[in-house]
Design a protein around this ligand. Sequence first.
Ligand SMILES: Nc1ncnc2c1ncn2[C@@H]1O[C@H](COP(=O)(O)OP(=O)(O)OP(=O)(O)O)[C@@H](O)[C@H]1O
Ligand SMILES: [Mg+2]
Length: 215
Amino acid sequence: MIVGFLNQKGGVGKTTLSVNVAASLARRGGRVLLIDADPQGSSLDWAAAREAAPLLSVAGLPRPTLHKEIGQIGYGYDHVVIDGPPRVTDLARSAVMAADVVLIPTQPSPYDIWASDEVVKLIGEAIVFKEDLKYAFVINRKISNTSIGRDVREALAAYPDVPVFESSLTQRVIFAEAAARGLSVHEVDGAVRAVSEIEALTDELLEFAKLKEPA
Ligand SMILES: Nc1ncnc2c1ncn2[C@@H]1O[C@H](COP(=O)(O)OP(=O)(O)OP(=O)(O)O)[C@@H](O)[C@H]1O
Ligand SMILES: [Mg+2]
């Protein structure tokens, strides 16, 4: 499976979800390649901050030709996870074209959801060439013990063709703390709830990727 965490809106959790889902897939025994398609190199920074033994391979490939190279680059891996760039449209377009599944991290505010317009448009363009492309929103930074508000549901309804994952991630300092040390949440103490959110997301992603019909 090739999954891209993509959204040109900055700071929505592309890197956080990429490294933790990649780690989850690796812990399940798969050979995993994490591609940093962001010129800022955040996933590379994550890998560089790491003192523990590597969990997975990380490669920096912020290139608009990623979709042409992905077959060769991803050869021999069970899963490829692409951490997408903010802003740069040609890189994001190439990452969409490279992916089997695009997950769009978004924060649970209508403004953040509406700011996903650009990536939704890129998906619409890509689907002409890739009928099987699957895509969905993933809510990140939910405030603990709150339900998704009505305004958020209304904003999501602006994209009737884009499903929303059941699983979501809560706002938790431990995501930032683990990232600063180049670790996934599985590897830090006291992250039981963060781990169960990442595991639920990864389970849902694996099921979603198997669906025959585009959702
Ligand atoms: N669920 C969360 N709980 C707490 N902090 C979070 C969560 N998700 C992301 N963050 C923090 O928010 C910041 C932005 O997250 P992240 O870097 O993953 O976003 P991004 O979409 O990759 O950003 P960019 O567009 O700059 O690449 C980071 O400091 C990260 O640690
Ligand atoms: Mg990032």
